[in-house]
Design a protein. Structure first.
Length: 608
């Protein structure tokens, strides 16, 4: 079975994509000279240390050490396998991939890749059918009238591909079977009841397709509209599927990503309708977590593009709890957080209908800082006149201060708390410091254990490996020179042998480049070493390569001399005449070898 992406296809995709454009979809980049710079998406930083080199087709963070080519970048950002990263970039580059039964690259095609694509296609087809039922049939007219009355325009309904799932519980299964989908495939799609697989999971509901980053439908949400509310949840949502993970997907991100980049801010709102209302009002940087529980993965999706997060959750208990949790999570990622407190309506859709888009835009401009929001909430819970109220308010506010990345921010927030509650600042600072020190002591053992578990073994950079590494440049002539005088059999270090073999393979395939070399090496530590080492050589590479060839030739000849010396010792003690004759011949070879080693060492024998 053809499960492996051919090496020729991988090389073609890698050579076709523009790594600056690929990285730029996730990280704002600024060009300085020949290199593009930005803040690393893989760790928190304020000063850019993340570099993209278009000539070498590599990215490298000088802060955390992350690096690689376009495939590795997409792999880490999208949390996908190497083959999935290749397939994502192949689609962007317009390259048709070819598969084989031979594993040329040590990366097996994701066995689920085809299935993911098939289920994505299924969900896109079903979403199209539901959209037709909503907009073109009498059965869906009541649902269509409902969303028109909620203020949505026909253009918005079309953009978000809203739909209606028929009341007939058996219709979808019969329809899809008639289109030659298999029973087993459909039963595992998430579109049908697990207990009663002929019954649709979504029936008689307003449907919201959930799109991935590329705009493909991967899941769905359905809103209850009529019947006994006590017998059915208001919303039904797809659970995790092979093509969909709720925790690292944001509703409407495919529509919002451009505006998020331009505005450098994002609105996290409660649900589908709130998000759609913001977009219809021209506020296109709004997205929604799929449920009120914002996740770290969802924050990381938007983090490379934004400075500020605006939270627009409901004012009820669940919404306020979600707001408090989101504040701490976003602050820990170094983001500024503001709270939108909507006046005049229970949600953005209602405000849009009552007052129009300008009113909603004005409400956003009045968003308050998260620390002001928190203090206002504390005042509702704990009276500022009592010692107990002051103490409890301080302890809760300290939890927020823990998430702040700057000591200046912490000091300013502490000052604000003390002013509002009439607390002595030195006493409050002492309580906060003592508490922080206690937490550090309690967490010290856990942190040490975690760090030791995550530590990865290092590749030993010995002289032989360093010598081979000098030929890792964009210019294949340097390795061609080394290849003409050294063979893989001349090397001892396994990493040096691996790298030499890969470079030779790329040379012979006429795809010699650092990024193509990295794509053939399935070792994270080794890849990082190659990237770091390749950055060292921007000039005098020809001298370095000559010195490396000289070192490798010396190592080879000295190993041979040691073998001869061992044989001389053995033959010297032999009484046999033929051994003594062989000894004379070998001594002659050793003398010649000693002479050549000395010429190479002193530079009197040139490297060709």
């Amino acid at each position: 079975m053809a499960n492996f992406i051919s090496q020729e296809s991988i090389d073609e995709v890698n050579n076709r994509v523009d790594i600056v454009s690929i990285v730029g979809e996730y990280v704002p980049l600024v060009q300085k000279g020949d290199t593009w710079w930005g803040c690393c998406p893989f760790h928190n930083e304020k000063t850019p240390s993340f570099a993209v080199n278009p000539s070498k087709r590599l990215f490298h963070c000088f802060g955390c050490g992350a690096g690689g080519g376009a495939f590795e970048f997409v792999k880490q950002m999208e949390k996908v396998s190497f083959p999935e990263a290749v397939e994502i970039l192949a689609k962007k580059a317009g390259v048709e991939l070819h598969y084989s039964s031979k594993n040329d690259n040590n990366f097996e095609r994701d066995e689920n890749a085809k299935l993911k694509q098939e289920y994505t296609s299924l969900y896109t087809r079903v979403a199209t059918s539901y959209h037709y039922f909503l907009t073109e049939t009498e059965a869906g007219k009541f649902a269509y009238d409902y969303i028109l009355n909620r203020g949505l325009t026909k253009e918005t309904i079309e953009k978000f591909k809203l739909g209606y799932s028929p009341q007939d519980k058996f219709w979808l299964k019969k329809f899809l079977l008639s289109k030659n989908f298999s029973e087993n495939f459909l039963n595992n799609s998430g579109l049908f009841s697990k207990k009663y697989p002929d019954i649709s999971f979504f029936c008689d509901r307003l449907m919201f397709p959930i799109f991935n980053r590329e705009g493909n439908v991967i899941a769905m949400g359905g809103r209850f509209l009529r019947g006994d509310e006590s017998k059915s949840p208001k919303y039904l949502n797809s659970g995790d599927l092979i093509q969909y993970k709720k925790s690292n997907t944001l509703y409407a991100f495919n529509f919002a990503k451009q505006a998020i980049r331009q505005e450098k801010k994002v609105i996290f709102c409660e649900g589908y309708m709130d998000c759609i209302a913001y977009h219809q009002c021209g506020i296109e940087y709004a997205v929604a977590p799929l449920g009120t529980a914002l996740t770290e993965e969802q924050i990381k999706i938007i983090k490379p593009f934004v400075d500020t997060v605006l939270l627009s959750f409901d004012s009820d208990g669940a919404g306020q709890k979600a707001t408090l949790r989101a504040i701490n999570m976003c602050r820990k990622e170094g983001l500024v957080v503001k709270i939108i407190k909507l006046q005049g309506g229970k949600d953005p859709a209602e405000i849009m209908v009552k007052y129009g888009p300008e009113y909603l835009t004005n409400e956003i401009s009045k968003a308050i800082m998260d620390n002001d929001f928190l203090i206002s909430k504390l005042l509702e819970l704990y009276p500022k006149e009592t010692p107990d109220g002051k103490d409890k308010a301080s302890r809760e506010f300290f939890l927020y201060m823990d998430s702040l990345q700057s000591d200046v921010q912490k000091d300013a927030c502490l000052d604000k708390l003390c002013q509002v509650y009439g607390i002595d600042k030195e006493a409050a600072r002492k309580d906060f410091t003592n508490r922080a020190n206690l937490n550090k002591r309690l967490n010290k053992t856990y942190v040490n254990q975690t760090n030791s578990r995550e530590a990865l073994p290092k590749v030993v950079l010995n002289a032989e490996l360093r010598a081979v590494l000098t030929a890792v440049t964009e210019d294949k002539k340097f390795f061609s020179k080394m290849n003409s005088e050294i063979t893989v059999e001349d090397l001892v270090d396994p990493y040096a042998k691996k790298l030499f073999s890969v470079m030779k393979e790329c040379l012979e395939a006429n795809v010699f480049s650092v990024s193509n070399i990295l794509n053939r090496i399935n070792d994270e530590n080794f890849v990082r070493l190659i990237i770091k080492f390749s950055e060292e050589f921007t000039s005098n590479i020809d001298i370095a390569v000559n010195d490396s060839i000289r070192l490798l030739k010396l190592n080879k000849l000295e190993r041979k001399r040691n073998e001869i010396q061992s044989l001389i010792s053995k033959l010297s003690s032999s009484p046999l005449k033929e051994d003594k004759d062989m000894l004379l011949e070998i001594l002659s070879q050793k003398i010649e070898l000693d002479s050549r080693i000395e010429r190479i060492r002193t530079g009197n024998e040139e490297v060709n």
